[in-house]
Design a protein around this ligand. Structure first.
Ligand code: 8YV
Length: 318
């Protein structure tokens, strides 16, 4: 039997690459270079399935390529805003993702960011490394208490709920959440009006999808509604927040700080952000643990196996 030809657009954990190689004819991206649009087009011509990541822009201009051999985009990751799902549907390309396996990992990172920005951990670390710490003083690098404060969650999907659980049970925080509809067992108060939630929260953490629908959901007007002295945490997608507006709000209030794992034009990070002490900046590490990245890879493998065995892939989105 001829084994399907599949392509990974990036290096994956070794254990997953080995398991894939046993079952498929796999082309690996040995030097881990980012694929450009022409390489992605060529990949769609040459392979039965392409396994992209968040950095591969699979927009209509790329997906429209003819002739096209690819029948499956088995995405390594849960967010799909880098793939034009309408165009995929139009061309009969099946799309799968990896929900569930990165929930805890990403929620842990959102809490890491929240704590770091509240307690000025980045500033403190930079000070120690620079040899600029001159000893304990009662007023040195005072941050903001987290325990007992109010956290607003925007997007109460799996990750939003996992953050709510941690914040409530680990830190005694009060939870408010904004979501398209109220949820039966949600750990928090439902706020259908996002603008009414914002002035009530000491921290706001974003867990909604990126892409067209939520682009600049946090624009200047919305950021201005946040509580004076509050903090914004973003582990969702960079384009949910208007970077210019964020910088303006940090300069003139009401925001005291922001903690970001994602950016509008990754891997570029606005130099104005990089110069600030009141922001924590991480390089898209939400799902970056060995356990989670292996679980994501094996989840892609399950989807590939199901698809090529003629079964419904478990995580089919399109
Ligand atoms: C992944 C993520 O690392 O799954 C997602 O949507 O944002 C990340 O945690 C990335 O997408 C891999 O493609």
């Amino acid at each position: 039997m001829i084994r399907p030809r599949i392509l990974l657009t990036a290096r994956w954990p070794e254990a997953v690459e080995a398991a894939l190689a046993e079952r498929f004819q796999v082309a690996f991206n040995r030097d881990d270079h980012p694929f450009d649009r022409d390489e992605l087009r060529q990949a769609l011509r040459d392979y039965d399935a392409v396994c992209p990541t968040v950095v591969d822009p699979l927009d209509a201009g790329v997906l429209d390529v003819q002739p096209r051999r690819c029948r499956l985009l088995a995405n390594f990751g849960v967010g799909l805003d880098h793939i034009d799902l309408e165009a995929a549907r139009r061309h009969g390309i099946v799309v799968t993702n990896t929900p569930g396996v990165l929930t805890d990992c990403t929620a842990d990172l959102a809490m890491t960011l929240l704590l770091m920005v509240a307690r000025r951990a980045g500033e403190g670390e930079r000070q120690v490394r620079a040899g600029a710490w001159h000893g304990w003083r009662p007023t040195h690098l005072l941050g903001t208490q987290v325990t007992g404060k109010t956290l607003g969650i925007v997007g109460m999907g799996r990750i939003g709920r996992a953050v709510a659980h941690r914040a409530r049970h680990g830190f005694g925080m009060r939870i408010l959440y904004h979501h398209p509809r109220p949820l039966a067992a949600a750990e928090g108060e439902y706020c259908p009006d996002l603008d009414a939630l914002l002035p009530r929260c000491d921290f706001v953490s974003l867990h909604c999808p990126g892409g067209r629908r939520n682009r600049h959901l946090f624009d200047a007007e919305r950021l201005a509604r946040m509580k004076p002295g509050s903090f914004l945490v973003n582990t969702a997608r960079g384009d949910v927040v208007d970077t210019d507006a964020l910088i303006g709000t940090l300069d003139h209030g009401p925001l005291r700080g922001a903690a970001l794992d994602v950016y509008e034009n990754e891997p570029e990070v606005d130099p104005r952000l990089r110069r600030r002490e009141d922001v924590v900046l991480l390089p898209h590490l939400g799902s970056a643990t060995v356990e989670t990245r292996e679980a994501m890879g094996f989840r892609v493998l399950e989807n590939l196996e199901a698809f090529f065995a003629g079964r419904e892939p478990p995580d089919r989105v399109v």
